[in-house]
Design a binder for this molecule. Structure first.
Ligand code: ADP
Ligand code: ZN
Ligand code: ZN
Length: 772
């Protein structure tokens, strides 16, 4: 006898399990064969449900079947799919177990968005609704005879028909009616006439939405560049790792402008030559047509693209295109890992240190870890590229024999990295300046613009937490036991540590220097733009009306806005690009002479143990935007903490020194990579309930940890989240830490599986959290 394990497609916060259904001869009641990955309709009590088959099992005897066969109901119907295979099902299960997430949410990663039928409750009971998106068709005109023959048969006066034949011939034999109409005017009548003569066929074809970026058929493909010595070496390291076929990892540690993309491209070529395929992950924000274009230019139309700014229809079409075997290379955001690409032998993760590789909703997975798991099973290779590999990656490199480093310390243009100058804003302040632009930055802007060049200004705006800073000496109050800065709470006028709950009243004066100028930090891009406008207008040497292009969450909300703003910046001879973190990477303009960081320390003072690392990375990344062409670059970093390790280290490109110090700190205060962390989130509408549920959880976990693992694990007390109020909910959290070598998930998974849901508050676990 056979059973199907079906995970119901019902959104839930709780951990869910598959249900068993019986199969008659491997089929549903409608006689369709059922396989792993199918969406199916099943009975659920007196109702119906849609679910996904995650396993089909055959039992030798009825006794061997773990569920009583007489109680088994059958699968009603096969609805769609298969959307994934056994390997996909295994991956979904891995995600559910590792990240303590609902299995249904994990399975969902493998299905095309909007592409699955679902049940809706109507007045007359449940009704099965077709998928929100599906295939669309369009009409194509196709030449069915050689163009010369067709033209011979047509009279000289059949002008329109001749034009159609010529247009079709020029396009290689076929065009869709839309394009044809554009080229020759209304084409349907002449096409019909041509069809009657048997010279042209009009047929319906599948239309690929968003395929505007696609190469025309037969377009020439860009040849590989001859590699520079660093690149040759990197490719060699990657090929050695690939030959091992054991899930080896290569960290491509290359400075900005060292030509990492060309290495990816050639590594991919080698993988394709072996008949395997490749996935390339890039940070969401750099998924511009330019980036995609570099892959298309090399691999033509065998490249598929998947990211969240595409419409549901576009994503559906790309998904189907991949599933049908049309693509060998998928370029996309983190979720592209779950594309239905067969035989993946290489996963490239560009800008590996980026926080966008962590999903912040269920399942809260880390793309790097999922890629490692996948390639280990597939005997493939993971390439982690970055100018600033994460501290966790660097630490792993030092101790894991399967991790290899390929260094690319030189820029392809042979130019050195631009010098970075640190500007002490506390000094500026005591010299009487109240502007957010220092004297040095003002002068540099004037010089740059006067010379007809471009400047990039970064407003470091990560985080929502407000912190207190002394404008005289740069002092920021921090927690005595966590070494992260304290967060300012407007309501109670107190400072709170979001790790351990320590709190202190807001001091009236700076405890370091006695200054009364304690400033609450956090300024918006619009404010800065207005100030910058005033500054530039009062700067005759900069010339009239210097264009300011502002790039932040507001100005890039609409599809294509990001590209349009960058194009506008590129098209200007002299201009200032003012933006948030999103401008730090991927910008490749030859004539950017100046990069200014307006406030390097905002991030440094978030209550976040990765704050220093993120600040260091951001400065190195944004500095890399300067001096990419023949114009020499200059970088100015404004800060109230010129002597912090992150800023001093970044300014001198002294990564090894910075990382060594940072690792020491992480060891001392028990942070990753020396511990694994889990962050347990508790949220709900009532603060008392949330606190109560948190306290109860804490007590239960205390017992569990004491009994099961002893005091090698740390359990911290429940405290408010950095964002204590979000969308009407109160949010608290509990942090658990376990030693580096242990796995934190199984114990917590066991606990949360048997824990009864408490209606008063939601609970979710974040394994290896990025933000607390
Ligand atoms: P990274 O991603 O490491 O910052 P890019 O891949 O953007 O660097 O490369 C920087 C520049 O160097 C690009 O303009 C690229 O076309 C050029 N480049 C890369 N490899 C070579 C090569 N082998 N020879 C010449 N130019 C190269
Ligand atoms: Zn002070
Ligand atoms: Zn603390």
């Amino acid at each position: 006898m056979q059973t199907a394990s079906v995970i119901l497609d019902i959104p839930t916060q709780a951990l869910d399990s598959p249900y068993a259904y019986g199969l008659a001869d491997g089929c549903a009641a409608d006689g369709e064969p059922v396989s792993v990955g199918n969406a199916v309709l099943v009975p659920l009590g007196s109702r119906k449900a849609v679910g996904f088959v995650i396993a089909v099992d055959r039992w030798e005897t009825e006794a061997a079947c773990p569920v009583d066969p007489r109680k088994l109901k059958g699968v009603t119907r096969v609805l769609a799919g298969p959307f994934f295979d056994e390997e996909g099902a295994a991956c979904a299960q891995f995600l559910a177990d590792r990240y303590i997430a609902p299995l249904s949410a994990c399975v969902r990663l493998f299905t095309p968005p909007g592409g699955v039928p679902h049940l809706v409750n109507g007045p007359r009971g449940q009704r099965l609704e077709a998928p929100a998106v599906g295939e669309v068709e369009e009409r194509w005109a196709v030449l069915t005879a050689p163009a010369e023959e067709a033209l011979e048969q047509l009279s000289k006066t059949a002008v329109k028909q001749r034009q159609v034949v010529e247009a079709l011939a020029a396009a290689g034999g076929s065009l869709n009616m839309g394009q044809l109409n554009q080229q020759v005017g209304s084409a349907s009548a002449p096409c019909k006439a041509l069809a009657d003569r048997g010279l042209v066929a009009v047929e319906a074809r599948r239309r690929m939405r968003g395929a505007a970026e696609a190469l025309p058929e037969g377009a020439s493909v860009q040849e590989p560049l001859p590699l520079l010595p660093d690149q040759q070496n990197a490719l060699k390291v990657i090929n050695e790792a690939r030959a091992a076929r054991d899930g080896s990892v290569v960290v491509l540690d290359g400075v900005t402008g060292s030509g990492k993309t060309e290495v990816y491209l050639q590594a991919i070529s080698a993988v394709l030559a072996e008949g395997r395929t490749a996935i390339v992950l890039v940070p969401e924000i750099s998924l511009t047509p330019q980036t995609v274009g570099r892959f298309r230019a090399r691999f033509g139309n065998r490249v598929a693209v998947m990211h969240s700014r595409m419409s549901a229809g576009e994503r559906f079409d790309q998904w189907q295109f991949i599933q049908s075997g049309g693509a060998d290379v998928v370029v996309g955001a983190r979720s592209a890992l779950f594309a239905p690409l067969a035989n993946v032998g290489l996963v490239v993760i560009d800008e590996e240190h980026e926080s966008t590789y962590k999903q912040e909703s269920q399942p809260r997975y880390r793309a790097v870890d999922v890629a490692l798991w996948m390639m280990e099973r597939a005997g493939g290779t993971v390439v982690l590229g970055s100018a600033t590999p994460s501290i966790e990656t660097l630490e792993r490199l030092g101790r894991d024999g399967r991790w290899r480093r390929a260094a690319m310390p030189h820029r392809t243009n042979g130019k050195p990295l631009p010098p970075i100058e640190v500007v002490d804003m506390a000094r500026e302040f005591s010299a009487g300046s109240r502007s957010m632009f220092s004297g040095a930055l003002t002068c540099a802007l004037a010089d740059t613009l006067a010379a007809g060049r471009k400047a990039v200004l970064l407003l470091n705006q990560r985080g929502f937490a407000k912190f207190l800073l002394c404008r005289d000496c740069g002092f920021v109050p921090s927690c005595p036991s966590c070494a992260t800065s304290l967060t300012y709470h407007e309501d109670g006028a107190k400072l709170v540590c979001h790790h351990c709950g320590y709190s202190a009243p807001v001091p009236p004066k700076c405890p370091e220097c006695g200054s009364p100028y304690l400033k609450k930090f956090g300024a918006g891009t619009q404010r800065v733009e207005a100030d910058l406008r005033a500054l530039l207008d009062a700067m005759p040497e900069a010339g009239p009306e210097v264009p300011i292009i502002r790039m932040d969450a507001d100005t890039t909300r609409f599809k294509g806005a990001h590209e349009r703003l960058l194009q506008a910046f590129g098209a200007q001879p002299r201009a200032v690009l003012l933006g948030t973190q999103m401008i730090a990477k991927g910008l490749d303009f030859d004539d950017v002479a100046l990069v200014g960081v307006i406030n390097a320390d905002t991030q440094l003072n978030l209550p976040d143990f990765r704050a220093a690392e993120r600040t260091f990375n951001l400065i190195e990344q944004v500095a890399g935007r300067a001096g990419r062409g023949d114009v020499p670059g200059q970088v100015l970093v404004q800060t109230y903490e010129p002597s912090s390790a992150a800023i001093m280290g970044a300014a001198r490109y002294a990564r090894d020194w910075f990382v060594a110090g940072e690792l020491q700190k992480r060891r001392l205060f028990s942070y990753p990579p020396y511990v694994r962390m889990a962050n347990i989130l508790i949220w709900g509408p009532s603060l008392d309930d949330v606190k109560d549920v948190a306290a109860q959880l804490h007590r239960q976990l205390e017992v569990l940890i004491r009994d099961q693992v002893g005091d090698s694990w740390q359990l911290l007390a429940p405290v408010p989240c950095v964002l204590e109020r979000l969308r009407g909910a109160w949010r608290w959290h509990i942090v658990v830490k376990c030693p580096q070598g242990s796995d934190i998930s199984p114990l917590l998974l066991g606990f949360f599986r048997q824990r009864k849901a408490d209606k008063r508050a939601n609970v979710a676990v974040d394994i290896d959290p990025l933000d607390l």
